[in-house]
Design a protein around this ligand. Structure first.
Ligand SMILES: [Zn+2]
Length: 257
């Protein structure tokens, strides 16, 4: 067999991207249905305006939206740009994760983490609620990480508590005003999956991003003072995971660790 390695590589990336946009299209279902308490599997996807039941060729991620020019095939109602954006974002995220972690259990776990964080962020942004299913799902991923990397078990167990205990105290002392209970569970779950160093960095990044972007949004659009932390913490988790290691190594090096 003589397979050109470059060609092989490119086709792997295309496949990862396709997985990403297909899961991304499922994320749109999650984002729309979970806040309404609807089943994720029961009903077929349909147009919100005219009830037209979408056929398979209306459901091809990203491409259907482009071919339909963002309108329902039947009634021409505008389809939210959220759909292709979430699909594309998830596809690009999978490519970035695959490029960094290669063919590994980490890639699988981190892709699922990234997808959960995307859906959770949109829901938290809109409703100021993190549905408990998300931290539970991420905790499940964390248990798999722990079991597949038992040599480093302390990293993950400490990760579960390090940041979340501090946040739990803030939550408790502020009677839930400074911090949501969902944020506490989220950081516990992510700590179990990524280890405590990544988790601390994620919190720092999340707080910096949150304060900067929230101040800009308050200035620009008179956005209220209420702040959904979930999206910023989620961004912090992913940035720490993808690009945080050199920073962590440098910082630990200062203390000769
Ligand atoms: Zn329609």
């Amino acid at each position: 067999m003589n397979i050109n390695p470059t060609l092989m590589n490119i086709s792997m990336y295309i496949m990862v991207f396709l997985y990403g946009i297909v899961i991304g299209s499922f994320l749109n279902v999650v984002i729309c249905r979970i806040p309404r308490g609807e089943s994720l599997v029961k009903n077929r996807s349909h147009c919100e305006e005219c009830g037209y039941q979408l056929k398979w060729y209306d459901l091809v991620p990203v491409f259907s939206y482009i071919f339909l020019r963002g309108k329902c095939r039947k009634c021409k109602a505008v389809i939210s740009i959220q759909h292709p954006l979430i699909e594309g974002l998830n596809g690009v995220l999978y490519i970035i994760i695959f490029a960094k972690f290669g063919l590994s259990i980490e890639t699988l776990l981190f892709c699922l983490l990234g997808s959960a964080l995307i859906a959770m962020s949109v829901i938290d942004f809109r409703t100021y609620e993190i549905p408990p299913g998300f931290p539970y799902f991420i905790t499940g991923l964390g248990i798999v990480r722990l079991l597949t990397d038992l040599a480093d078990w302390k990293e993950y167990v400490i990760g579960f508590f390090a940041v979340s205990l501090v946040l739990a105290l803030i939550y408790w002392f502020s009677a839930g005003r400074a911090m949501g209970g969902g944020d506490v569970k989220l950081m516990a779950a992510c700590g179990l999956l990524t280890g405590w160093k990544q988790n601390v960095l994620a919190l720092i990044l999340g707080c910096i991003l949150g304060s900067i972007i929230h101040i800009i949004r308050m200035k620009l659009s008179g956005e209220g003072r209420e702040l959904a932390m979930g999206p910023y913490l989620a961004a912090g988790v992913m940035i720490a995971l993808l690009w945080g290691q050199p920073f962590i190594d440098w910082y630990m090096g200062l203390y000769g660790l």
